[in-house]
Structure formats: structure tokens, C-alpha cells
Unconditional design. Sequence first.
Lengths: 158, 308
Amino acid sequence: MNENEPSTGTSTRIRHVEAISSGTVVDHIPASATLKVAQLLTGSDDQVFVGMNLRSARSGRKGVVKIAGRELDQRTLSCLALIAPGATVSIIRDYGVAQKVTVPVPERFEGVAKCANPNCVTVHERWTTRFTVVGTDPLIVRCIYCERSFAAAELSLL
Amino acid sequence: MDLRGRHVISIADFGREEILHILRTAEAMESGKAGEPLSGRIMATLFFEPSTRTRLSFEAAMLKLGGRVMGFSDPGSSSAKKGESLADTIRMVERYADVIVIRHPRDGSARLAAEVSRVPVLNGGDGSNQHPTQTFLDLYTISRLFPQLIAGEGLTVAFAGDLRYGRTVHSLISALCHFGGRIITVAPRGLELPPQYIAEANHHGITVEAVPTLNDAIAACDVLYMTRLQEERFPDALEFDHIKATYRVTAAMLASARPHMRILHPLPRVNEIAADVDATAHAHYFTQAANGIPVRQAILGLVLGAVP
């Protein structure tokens, strides 16, 4: 199967975002989170392609981010689960999809996001942040320190 | 039931049976037959912000059980002032003491301390988050007044004042979820009980009813739990003056109360309970404060493994 526009499943769709020979495609990103995902994946010398407000049968509008020549590590996947729950990750090798998964939501997020409570001890001390998932649709997480709950969208990545 | 080595950070960490065990132990402590099982043990009190009742009652509890106390009550005299991290302070103190009591202005600080410490950490209040030993003493006070609480028959507990930010209210509601009953709330606009606590209570079969006036609550409850209104919560000083006059219990208002109704308050009170209430049979807040000692004796004895 070729790595076409990942959400279509048809070979006749026009590709909106440059194809990559190897790397990772993050698809079905909630439209509002696309730039956050791009920012997360940028930061090396790898080429990153971004498609915003693409039409999606599943969610109306979505984002796609492709990163050439790199597969995502566990920490990045954890970040993705937080900022783009429901996104899919396809690993591309030789222009084909070698593996495609929906980003798994872990039971805990460790060291990936800053607590949104300005009085939380983790904001003021050098300490790893930890959140437990208390709801998945929408994603709600709870800081194990200050015990406040937040919608995932309220948190900023570290 | 073995609570040896347990940290006491959040009421949510304790199940019904554990809570009951602490209350029963507190009752045994109050009977005065505990002796001095903590002889030779040291309690460190790390008070990064001021406290009167919590620190003194922890210290009195430890002394009564034969233990010794050390610590600071002014963060200016601690190494935190020099920029030491909280984790490093705890790593040092755990080597000096058998148990640590901490009060700290940051939410979650006690949990962080517990992750670092090999000796039990007791949360004496972390920011606006938790104050579990206050909740244990509130529950103890209610259970001594109304044993039917423990029997699961349920009480009607009314909460009045700042229900949005009041940590003692939130923790006590979470604890009451183990025992059933009914909750009444009365709060100024903007300071109502957050929905998550209503949902938590409802989830445990407890109804939460918001009533418009303090008089409505007084007439309908077994326990009236008053809290202090803080001026800084109100953007308008005139509005604060008006509200604080509305949220004030006076002896005259208690004419409609059930004879057995009791008023609790975590203290300090400022304006919300008139001095003429003190002489009525309904006033119970000073007894409640005194209960801090047997409850903290129980907790110290249990986490240090000195009482079964």
C-alpha cells in the first residue's frame, strides 16, 4: 500500500501534503492541535510537512503532520496522546505504510506536560510532573500532586 | 489493620475501614490510657507557612505519647530561604526524625515530600489542596456526636460559606461519601461547591441540595459546618461587607434549629459565628479543635507502628 493521503483509503485522492519515503505520518490530528503537533515534532534537522484544516470524513477538519526520516520515540508518542488524542501514527518505509496505530492513551503521563495550576508544587520545584487519566472522551487528566483535573488541551508540553 | 509507615497526604488515599480504624484509635487515645508508646521517637514539624492549631496540636499529641518534637514554624529560619529544594530539605530531615509533619503553601508539596521520604509524612496542609488530619478530626467530632454516622444511617450536614475554595469542605465531603447521608449547601454566588464534588457525592448516593439562605440550612441540618469568607475572594469591598453580614450565624437565628444540631468550624472564625453563639448548646467548634489532639495521637501512633 502506498503512503497516499493517509485518511482516504483511495488511490485517486489528491495528495495535500508531500509524500515521504521513510519516516512518520501523524494523521487525524484535531484541527486545533495541528501546530502543537508540528511544534512537538520539529526541533531536529528532519523535514516536517504540515497540512492544516484538511477535510476529514471522520472529524470534519483535521491536521496531518509528516516527518521525514524519523520514527517517534515513546516520550513523543506520550506527548501526542496528550495533545492529539485520537490521532493515528503511521510508520513509513520505502513509501509504504509499515505500521499504523491509533496513538495509545497511557494510564499516566510522566514528565511530558506542565501542570496548569500555577500554585502546583511541580511548577515551583524541579520535579517530574505526573498526571493520571480520569476521562478519555474528552481526555481529562489529574495532577497526582495538586489533585486538580484538567482537559488535556489546557496543558502545555514541557 | 496495619497503618505502619503510611504517609497521610490526602483523604482520598484512605478507604472506609481505614478511616474507621483511625477514629476508633482516636477514641482510645481520648480515654487517656495510651501511655507513652512514642518514647524515644522524634517528630519534625516543617511549617513553611504559619499555623496555630495544627502545629500545636501535633506537638501536643506527640508529647502526650512520650515523643519529642523539633522543627521550624517560620520558613525564614529554614534553609528553603537559601534556595534549598523541598526534596533536599526532606532528604535531610528524614535522617533526623521518625515522622515528618509538613505545612507548605504549594499544592501537592506533601505528596512530593512523601515520594522522597522513607519515614511517614503527615500533611498539615498543602496550599489550597488537602488537610487530611483536619478531615479526620472533623469526622471524629461528628461521629462522637452522632454515632449513627458510623452505622451508616446518614446525617444531614450543611456546609456554609466559601465552598469553592474551602479545602476542609472538599475533603470532608469526600470522606462523608463513605457514610451516606445528605448534604445541604449555602454559598455566595461564585463561591458555590464545585460540580466535581456534587458529582462525587451523587455517585455515592448522597443528595446535594443548594438552599438560598443560612436560615434554610440551620432549620434542616444535624451539623452546620461553617467556613470563613476571605475578603480577597471578592473583587468589591462593598459586596464583601454585604455578604459577610449574610453569612453570619447569631444565637437568635438558632431558634429554628433542631435541638441536637451542632455547629462546627475549622477555625479561625472571624465574623461568621457571632460570639453569642458560643454560649448555646449548638456551639461545638472548640470541642472540635480539642479533638485534634486524640486524632493526631492516633495517626502518629498508627503510622509509627506503636499502636495496633
